[in-house]
Every structure is written in structure tokens, then in C-alpha cells.
Ligand binder design. Sequence first.
Ligand SMILES: C[S@@+](CC[C@H](N)C(=O)[O-])C[C@H]1O[C@@H](n2cnc3c(N)ncnc32)[C@H](O)[C@@H]1O
Length: 252
Amino acid sequence: MPCLQVRKNPKTTNHLYNDLAWLWPVWGDAADYADYCRHVTGLIRQHAGRRVSTLLDIGCGGGKNILNLKKEYTVTGMDLSPVMLAQAKQLNPECAFFQGDMRSFSHDQTFDAILMDDAISYMNCRKDFEVAFRTAHAHLKPGGVMVVTADVTKETFQQNHTTTTPASRDGLEVVFVENVYDPDPTDDQYETTIVYLIRDHGRLLIETDHWILGVFSLDTWRTVLRETGFGVHEGKYTLNGENYTTFTCVKS
Ligand SMILES: C[S@@+](CC[C@H](N)C(=O)[O-])C[C@H]1O[C@@H](n2cnc3c(N)ncnc32)[C@H](O)[C@@H]1O
């Protein structure tokens, strides 16, 4: 019994964006992001109420989206992790970057467009979820557009779902085993646990990561985005047979 209690709430570890960030380039090429970026560009073109030339990528990670989007826009990247920002800068030396928390950053520039891709789930309570969108809204120009895709919602969450992604690069072979689990479906949180099986020229290293992430219903997304002050357009994006809801949010 005491053991179970101790193990009930393992802590967020966040190795992937810090000491294990060197694994990030192995996990998918920038070319894999091209189709999603074309989708984003199409939505911006369709819904923006102004000419779009500048774009802020919030939670830009290693800069793979930026590599694709910089063909269309002058892109600035921001992220919480200085290690991820260093990777993004190496991939996109001509772009500007700054470090910040999506809940609280204050930048001296506003943008024509904002992308939040695969990062909003780190907002694991309703308050942070709302504040992150308010902060993004404050950094958009009138008529500007924010595109954000829900990685997971209450409606799409699959209990105890595990994906296995093998990848290799420069003599490194890595298997990413990712499991999602919701210990309490009545709240707004779930757990993501990743096991990394890393073989460096055949020698095995096993690492793990664990996060408490946020999951909200589609109705909560709609309500929060509207209350933030956005006009909201909803669409679908399909990747590997999975449907994701994309919100294109226009600042009036
Ligand atoms: C799964 S990665 C996605 C990176 C990139 N958007 C992509 O799709 O390739 C999530 C990123 O969100 C960043 N992140 C997490 N919490 C954040 C916060 N509070 N503010 C800004 N960035 C954050 C992490 O550091 C990480 O780089």
C-alpha cells in the first residue's frame, strides 16, 4: 500500500527538452512537417483579415515547422527550453528566437500570425490553458490569425494507448515507446510516459520521461477561444489515419 501511494503521482521529468534533447532530431525529419505546414499556410490565407508576413511559432521546439514556414513568412520562434531553442537556431540561423513561457511571455513585437503546434497540451489546468491563449492573443495584430491543433481532446483520448516509433540517424537507433493514461477522467489531466530504447552502434541505453498534460473537451476549446476574443473556425487535419481538430482563430 505505501509503495502504491508513493508511485501514484510520478513527477514530470522533461528530459526530452533538456538533457535528452539530442534525441529530438532523430524523432522525425523536418520534411515530415511539410504537409502540416502547407495546411497551416492554407488556413492563414483563407481566414486572415490582414496581409500576413510575420509569424510567431509558440513552443517551436527544434524548429522543424519553422524550416517549412520560413519559405512563406518571416518567422520568430519561442520556447521554454533553451536547449530546444539552440537546436531551432542551428536549423534556422536566419530566424529570430526568444526564450519564454507561453503563459507569461511579453515580447516587444506583435505578429500577423501565430502557430501553436504540439505544445498547448503542456497547459495542464484550465487556468493555464486560458492564460496561454490570452498571451498569444496579446501578441497578434488585429486581423491576425492563430492556428492551433488539439493534439488530444476528451473526445479523442484513447485510454492506455501505446505507440511505438522506431527511428535511426548517424549510427543511433532509437525506439520511442509512448503511452498515454488517464488515472482520473473527471479532471483535465492525463499522463504521457515515454521509454526511449537508444542503441548507439548497438550498445543499449534505456531512458524514460513522464509528463502530466492537459486534456479538454471540444466545447471547452470553443468556449475558451471565444472568450479570449477570437473568431473561431474549426477544421480537420488527418495524419497517419488520425483526425485532429484545427482551430483557426482570428483576432478582430
Ligand atoms: C512536443 S514539442 C513540439 C515542438 C514543435 N512545436 C514541433 O511540433 O515540432 C513541445 C515543445 O513545447 C515546449 N514547451 C512546453 N511547455 C512550454 C511553455 N510553458 N512555454 C513555451 N514552450 C513550452 C517544449 O519545450 C517543447 O519544445
